[in-house]
Write a protein of this length. Structure first.
Length: 181
């Protein structure tokens, strides 16, 4: 577990109200209605939100920033970039399925990556933001997996694998999770 996994940033991030929060969209090309709903939220956010926070599991899974170049991820990044260019700052926090989102996607999306947890100050309120998976303390197997997969050297080894291998591993882990294994 890294220090950023345990402690929020030293000073709160000042953000413009109203702050909008989304989490656990699990975007994937196989769920076009979810993507369409997300696009509608962004359209509305461009007119009404002061700030947008994406609090993890934005994608069903993310196996490396090379995914940014896929048509699906590129379209999602472009939609977020349009929102940011319209004056609505976009902040992105990792979840348990997309913790490998990195600088390449964030830059393409015009988003700022946030550590988990982070503290914001908005509309006179101090708020702690977290994806929340670190709080799954009743699931020691998941906590071990989470701690292991957040190690930089483990991530570098995984990212050195061919994309096709990483996708197979992610799909297998997803299937095992759905099966309760």
């Amino acid at each position: 577990m890294t220090a950023s996994d345990r402690t929020p940033a030293a000073a709160p991030i000042e953000v413009q109200a109203p702050a909008w929060f989304i989490s656990d969209l699990h975007l994937t090309p196989g769920m076009p209605r979810t993507l369409a709903a997300f696009q509608r939220v962004l359209d509305q956010a461009s007119r009404q939100a002061g700030t947008l926070f994406i609090l993890g599991d934005f994608f069903e899974f993310w196996v490396g920033d090379e995914e940014t170049e896929t048509p699906f991820a590129a379209d999602v990044a472009a939609a977020l970039r349009r929102l940011a260019q319209a004056g609505v700052p976009v902040y992105l926090m990792h979840g348990n399925r997309d913790f490998l989102i990195g600088r390449r996607f964030a830059d393409a999306a015009g988003a700022t990556l946030l550590p988990d947890p982070s503290v914001i100050h908005c509309a006179g309120q101090r708020v702690v933001l977290s994806h929340g998976d670190m709080l799954c303390t009743d699931d020691p197997r998941y906590i071990r997996f989470r701690n292991w997969t957040r190690k930089g050297w483990v991530q570098r080894l995984f990212l050195a694998l061919p994309m096709s291998t990483r996708l197979k591993i992610a799909r297998r882990l997803r299937a095992d999770s759905e099966a309760g294994r």
